[in-house]
Structures are given as structure tokens and as C-alpha cells.
Design a protein around this ligand. Structure first.
Ligand code: CUA
Length: 346
């Protein structure tokens, strides 16, 4: 019996230690998806609201648990304890414990409501509008003022408000870039909005934060914050038509494979016959750092593996063939040409 108790106690201590390590690991600042290192006004305002509420909660926790522990020890039953005296009501105490939580809740509500109103404010005319379309299981980014459409990577300029119009093509997703902006649900049939102004150039990872099916965890993206000059150069380059391969080159063979296989059914390459709408626009595919819904870096090897057998990289739902299918019918030579063509689309 004692052996079982020792094992149970050991298991409990181990479980608590693991839980504590996981809890404390959330405090590390410079991890890609940490909220405690904000790099935009939106995330900063949420952080500035979160911290005072957190410390207030710690205070409440310590006081309440302290009173419970003192009461448990000081007033515990002893063998010679007399039967306790029955007490009915204590007006002062009841007023105190009604008033105290009401004041604490008011202290939390006032800054919370003002932050919500602040974050919901419409930006000025200088803002950059980007339409974000969430879908199983990737993100499309459309720049309505310049006609640019891309996927998996959102480019924005530093120091300028970015106004995102969030839409969904299918079910509910949630747009979240921990270092730049708080979560916002992306709901079919309506447009939600987020505005943020990034303050530091760099790359920030984002993630769908609402469970949306088998590949939810693989619905990632990246926000690339650039200097205004870099951003304008990127935008100008994305507005160009797709690069046309040299006749007779491996890229030209790849284009032929693309246009004669299933690819055209789902993807658009501007300036060609490919006008599919189901998958990402590939007009400037070669200029992206991430592919496959943000799961893979864009290298010829990864793209080859993706074309050959996408479902094994992003496993889907049995019976729901959403996402990129496996192109097992293509020869190695055809896939190599296809990869060369797509990577040439800078
Ligand atoms: Cu989209 Cu989870």
C-alpha cells in the first residue's frame, strides 16, 4: 500500500514540475509566437492592458488562498474541539465582500472597454488596406489598391497603419500575429477588421487560432515588415506579369506540364491561361519564402516533395479531399521541370 502511495506522490510531483516548466516557458520573450514582446501598437496596447490585470489577479489569488490556508490550519478540527458556535449573518462582512469584487471588476472594466474602443477605431486615409482571406488551410492576401494577390506571406511597411479586412471562404478561422496584433475571428459572410502599425522591420510568424479542421495547426503565415522603400519595391515587382520562360528551356517544359496537368484547375498565373481560383495565386511564387500554407520553406527540394505527395506533408481529413492533392502520375523529369518553372516566377 505504501509503495503505491509513494509512486502516486512521485507522479504528482513530476506532473506539477512539468506543468510549472510549461507555465514558466510562456514568459520567455524572444520566441516567434510570444505575446510579451510586442512590435506594433495593437499588440502593445493589449499587453499594456494585460499586465495590470494579471498583477491584480495575482493579488486576489494570494489574498484568497492565504485566507483559505490560514482558516484551514488555524481552525481545523482537533480531538478536544468543542462544537463551533453557529453564526447568522454579518452585515459589515457581507457589504465588504460584495463591494470589493465590484470595485475590482470596475477597475478591470474601465481600461478594458477603452482599449477595445481604441483598437476598433477606423484608421486614417494614409492606411494600407489588405484583404485577408482565410480558407482551409491557408491565407490569401490581396492588396485592392494595386491588384496584387499573394499567399502565406503578408508584406507591410513599417510605421504606416495597416488595415486588414478579414474574410473567410468556408468556416470560422482566427487571424493572429502574436507580436503585431491580437486574435480576430475570420467569419464567413462578414468582414472583421484589424488595424496595426508595426514599429520594427522583421519577420513575424502568424497562426490560425480557431480550430478549423484536420490541418488547423498547419494554417500558418508570416508577416514581413519592410521599410517603405523595400515595401514599394516589392509591390511594384508583384504587379508585373509572370516571367515568361525562354523557349526550349527546362522552365518552358515546366510551364507545359503546368498547363496540361491538374495545376491549372486550381491556380492562377497572371498573363497565362492558368486562372484557377481554389489554390494560391502563383504569379510570383518564386519570390515567396514559405509555401504549403506556411508549413515549408520555399526550396526546390521542398516544392518537389510537395508536388509529389502534399497530403503526406499536410495530412488531411479522411473523406474530405481539401487542399493540394498528390501528383503521383507525373514523372520525376516532369516534376523537376515544373519546379524549375515555378521557382523562376520571381
Ligand atoms: Cu483556420 Cu484554424
Amino acid at each position: 500500500m505504501r509503495g503505491v502511495k509513494t509512486i502516486a506522490r512521485g507522479a504528482l510531483v513530476t506532473a506539477l514540475a512539468v506543468a510549472l516548466v510549461l507555465l514558466v516557458s510562456g514568459c520567455v520573450g524572444d520566441t516567434p509566437q510570444s505575446v510579451n514582446d510586442p512590435r506594433a501598437d495593437n499588440a502593445q496596447k493589449i499587453w499594456d492592458l494585460f499586465m495590470p490585470i494579471f498583477w491584480l489577479s495575482v493579488g486576489v489569488f494570494v489574498i484568497v488562498q492565504g485566507i483559505v490556508i490560514v482558516a484551514l490550519i488555524r481552525f481545523r478540527r482537533r480531538p478536544d474541539s468543542p462544537v463551533p458556535r453557529a453564526i447568522h449573518g454579518n452585515t459589515k462582512l457581507e457589504i465588504a465582500w460584495t463591494l470589493a469584487p465590484a470595485l475590482i471588476l470596475a477597475a478591470i472594466a474601465v481600461p478594458t472597454i477603452s482599449t477595445i474602443a481604441d483598437l476598433a477605431r477606423e484608421p486614417g486615409p494614409e492606411a494600407l488596406t489588405v484583404r485577408v482571406v482565410g480558407q482551409q488551410w491557408w491565407w490569401a492576401f490581396e492588396y485592392p489598391d494595386s491588384g496584387v494577390v499573394t499567399a502565406d506571406e503578408l508584406h507591410v511597411p513599417v510605421g504606416r497603419p495597416v488595415h486588414l479586412e478579414l474574410k473567410s471562404k468556408d468556416i470560422i478561422h482566427s487571424f493572429w500575429v502574436p507580436k503585431l496584433a491580437g486574435k480576430q475571428d475570420v467569419v464567413p459572410g462578414r468582414t472583421n477588421r484589424i488595424t496595426f502599425t508595426a514599429d520594427t522591420p522583421g519577420e513575424y510568424s502568424g497562426q490560425c487560432a480557431e480550430f478549423c479542421g484536420a490541418k488547423h495547426a498547419n494554417m500558418k503565415f508570416r508577416v514581413i515588415v519592410q521599410t517603405p522603400e523595400e515595401f514599394e519595391a516589392w509591390l511594384a515587382q508583384q504587379q508585373q506579369a509572370a516571367v515568361e520562360p525562354e523557349p526550349g528551356s527546362i522552365e518552358a517544359q515546366g510551364k507545359e506540364v503546368f498547363m496540361s496537368s491538374g495545376c491549372v484547375g486550381c491556380h492562377t498565373i497572371k498573363g497565362t491561361d492558368a486562372k484557377g481560383q481554389l489554390g494560391p495565386d502563383l504569379t510570383h511564387f518564386g519570390s515567396r519564402g514559405l509555401i504549403a500554407g506556411g508549413v515549408l520553406t520555399n526550396t526546390p527540394e521542398n516544392l518537389k516533395a510537395w508536388v509529389h505527395d502534399a497530403p503526406s506533408i499536410k495530412p488531411g481529413q479522411p473523406g474530405r479531399p481539401l487542399g493540394m492533392p498528390a501528383f503521383t502520375g507525373l514523372t520525376d523529369e516532369q516534376v523537376n521541370a515544373l519546379v524549375a518553372y515555378l521557382e523562376s516566377l520571381k
